[in-house]
Design a protein around this ligand. Structure first.
Ligand SMILES: C[S@@+](CC[C@H](N)C(=O)[O-])C[C@H]1O[C@@H](n2cnc3c(N)ncnc32)[C@H](O)[C@@H]1O
Length: 189
């Protein structure tokens, strides 16, 4: 009950106009047949959008550490008749995906949850195709009274860039249209 309430809240946040989900998806230049991992898929807002965009020949891997969150997305996918989503449960930061298969790894509002982000993203490198890219969106630091500031659900951008360099990625593009988040695209070095 609480899980469903919380995930609907996450999805509402992702859908709100200030968070520019359509512009995010456009910037990723997703094509039919793409294979995409949505890391920390939460309530599945982006998982479901990706699944519709890539069509029957593509695949989305919804990756999360919470089995109930994956169940929530599975139910939604069934309701919408989407059968191109694979559900991947992460235990102790060990992600298992097909090797050299992914066109895109997408991680929105997840970076600040990771205890060792450089290690986590270094492990994901082997799942990307050589031409593949990795997108990280996270909250900008915030002060004052808000959910993001009180629970420190943010990461300074320079820390993201530093950790991704350590993990063996290069910065392809920084996009600055999101008012409250940073958005960076990386390739594998
Ligand atoms: C703030 S939510 C973001 C959800 C979604 N990406 C969005 O933008 O709405 C963070 C998600 O990351 C997941 N998560 C936390 N640690 C994780 C890990 N080590 N591996 C995969 N997912 C993780 C949480 O369970 C949660 O679903």
């Amino acid at each position: 009950m609480f899980t469903s309430f919380f995930l609907k809240m996450l999805n509402r946040e992702a859908a709100s106009s200030k968070n520019e989900s359509e512009r995010i998806i456009e910037s990723l230049r997703i094509q039919e047949g793409y294979r995409i991992a949505d890391i920390g898929s939460g309530g599945g807002y982006f998982t479901l959008k990706f699944a519709k965009k890539i069509g029957k020949t593509g695949k989305v891997y919804a990756v999360d550490s919470q089995p109930k969150y994956l169940d929530f997305i599975r139910q939604q996918a069934e309701r919408e008749g989407l059968d191109n989503i694979i559900f991947v449960l992460v235990a102790e930061d060990e992600v298992n995906l097909p090797e050299a298969a992914l066109d895109l790894v997408f991680a929105r509002n997840v970076f600040h949850h990771l205890t060792e982000p450089a290690r986590y993203f270094r492990n994901l490198k082997r799942f990307l195709k050589p031409s593949g890219k990795l997108a990280i969106i996270d909250h900008k630091p915030k002060s004052g009274f808000s959910f993001v500031s009180i629970f420190r659900h943010y990461t300074p951008e320079r820390l993201i860039l530093q950790e991704m360099e350590k993990a063996g990625y290069f910065l392809m593009e920084s996009l600055d249209f999101l008012p409250e988040q940073t958005f960076n695209l990386f390739g594998v070095k």
